[in-house]
Design a protein around this ligand. Sequence first.
Ligand code: CDP
Length: 223
Amino acid sequence: MSANSIPVIAIDGPSASGKGTVSQLVAEKLGFHYLDSGALYRIVALAAKQQGIAWSDADALENMATTLEIEFKAGEIYLNNKIVSEAVRSEEMSRGASEVAIHTPVRNALFDLQQSFRKAPGLVADGRDMGSVVFKDAVLKIFLTAQVEIRAERRYKQPISKNMSADYAKILQDLQERDSRDSQRRASPLIQTPDAILLDTSHRSITDAVEFVLNAYQNILKI
Ligand code: CDP
């Protein structure tokens, strides 16, 4: 099977829309591989911090990005043979990822690595530009979103459910800032392409959203 004939389901959308969870469940149901492209930008932000490189220094970031050893194994993320799964999920790295992601050279440096995830029997790719740039020929493109207040509420409930404190107003503000940085940047902005199906999860459960994507995929297979 040539790489181009391997089906890709591209799921793009803003932060906290449920994209990651939905994508992983869809991949599991179909027995497909899964690419969390956001993790790659998070890793670049973390590695830059460790090496004292500013998130604004596009050239230094590009050079660094090509030397990183990144692996996804048994549910963990490895950077240069060390587990960084927790470290990359911090609020600081969420911001860092969206800052390093504005640079075209950084995005180009990660392009081939992202494409290498396209393996039989198929791939579910989750991010901002999966359908618009990295996997333009995806068989199914989903733009998965939800109202920003609902997304903030979901983020707010995560620490609260673990008895940790959280500040709703700050979470909402961070999400709005990240949304506007991701949608307004010149390099591969977050957009709904004309061939992408809109899936608004504001009032849908994760199970519903997964069903929606699986149905859309089944419909494509019938064509
Ligand atoms: O989990 P969450 O949706 O909050 O973020 P993520 O998917 O891990 O992505 C973190 C950041 O990386 C985003 O805010 C984007 O700026 C950037 N990103 C990107 O530019 N392109 C992608 N394909 C994936 C993420």
